[in-house]
Design a protein. Structure first.
Length: 166
């Protein structure tokens, strides 16, 4: 459940005569609480994803960035988040930073962000992955550094199944 509470102020403030508070109950049976007090970064990203999913025409921005949208989730929930991101991408460019292969599988383009140490400094890099490299990266996300024929097969199946679920 979601609710917007408007509180009339005694004196005009620089943003008007009302204070706006968003309240949410993320779980059945829980009371509505101020959004600022109950949501993590990942939950806030998932709330934004839900709003973009149900009302894409309200806020027509060309690019939407989701970071930590997969924090604290996995499995079937991650697949559902990936599917919703894919839906939002039909109306806007979506950039999503994810650590879950179930979410990454829905991407049209896949980039790998990496960090390394060099001469006492941390350097970051971004690399566009072509199809073969994308499968290997998905396998790495699934199994870590021990990539086998089985993890490569699983990665391919995950990518193919995301196409069927879109």
């Amino acid at each position: 459940r979601f609710e917007v509470v408007l509180e009339t102020l005694d004196e005009p403030a620089e943003r008007g005569l009302e204070k706006v508070e968003f309240r949410i109950s993320a779980n059945p049976g829980e009371p509505l609480m101020p959004l600022s007090k109950v949501v993590s970064g990942g939950e806030l990203s998932r709330l934004m994803l839900a709003l973009k999913r149900v009302a894409p025409e309200v806020d027509q921005v060309p690019t939407v960035i989701f970071d930590e949208v997969d924090a604290g989730i996995g499995g079937e929930t991650a697949t559902a988040v990936g599917r919703k991101l894919k839906t939002v991408s039909s109306a806007a460019q979506v950039i999503c930073v994810t650590h879950l292969p179930q979410v990454a599988a829905f991407a049209e383009r896949h980039y790998r962000v990496s960090k390394r140490q060099s001469e006492g400094r941390t350097l970051a890099g971004v690399e566009f992955l072509v199809e073969h490299d994308r499968v290997r990266e998905m396998a790495r996300m699934l199994a870590g550094s021990q990539i086998t024929d089985q993890t490569l097969l699983h990665a391919r199946e995950l990518i193919l199944s995301s196409c069927d679920l879109s």
